[in-house]
Design a protein around this ligand. Structure first.
Ligand SMILES: [Zn+2]
Length: 171
């Protein structure tokens, strides 16, 4: 095998599975009387985080740089998700305004509005996922937000991987 072919094979192996959609959080409708961090008296959406943000804070507090702390938590979540495992690490709840602001910060106003609209209209029959599309394993990815009808982690896994959900029509 020529050196060139070997290099090509190695590159192909490294890029297998990419582009990969890595999930950061899943935003669901969840009305509660708990106070939002901004001070508003109730919250309307719950963010199910796939990144261990608490662990990130602990690592940073123990002397790691923010970048190192993020890297540890990021790599752990990425390795899991590539095996098809989606672990919700922490759930935080926010008012409508704060949820929208978080989403706008991630993907911009237009994409945030588009992704939120079905959930605002349909309530808990729809939810929003936020993640990054990674082109290579070293890519930080371009952030995206999308609505989903998934109700369970398994449905979400299939949605994100673009697997068809079989629909059996009865005669
Ligand atoms: Zn708020």
């Amino acid at each position: 095998m020529s050196k060139r072919n070997r290099l090509k094979r190695e590159q192909n192996r490294e890029q297998a599975g990419y582009p990969f959609k890595m999930l950061h959080y899943w935003m669901k409708s969840f009305v509660s009387q708990g106070q939002c961090r901004c001070g508003r008296p109730s919250t309307e959406y719950a963010l199910h985080h796939f990144l261990a943000i608490k662990e990130m804070q602990c690592l940073a507090a123990s002397g790691k740089s923010d970048q190192q702390a993020t890297e540890v938590v990021w790599q752990k979540a990425l390795a899991e998700q590539q095996k098809g495992i989606y672990t919700v690490r922490i759930v935080t709840s926010h008012c409508k305004q704060c949820s929208m602001a978080l989403l706008e910060q991630a993907v911009g106003e237009n994409a945030a509005t588009l992704a939120m609209m079905p959930m605002m209209l349909l309530g808990d029959r729809s939810s929003v996922i936020v993640g990054a599309k990674l082109l290579t394993k070293d890519d930080d990815g371009k952030l995206f937000a999308a609505m989903t009808h998934a109700k369970t982690i398994e449905e979400l896994r299939r949605h994100i991987r673009g697997e068809e959900i079989a629909i059996h029509l009865s005669r």
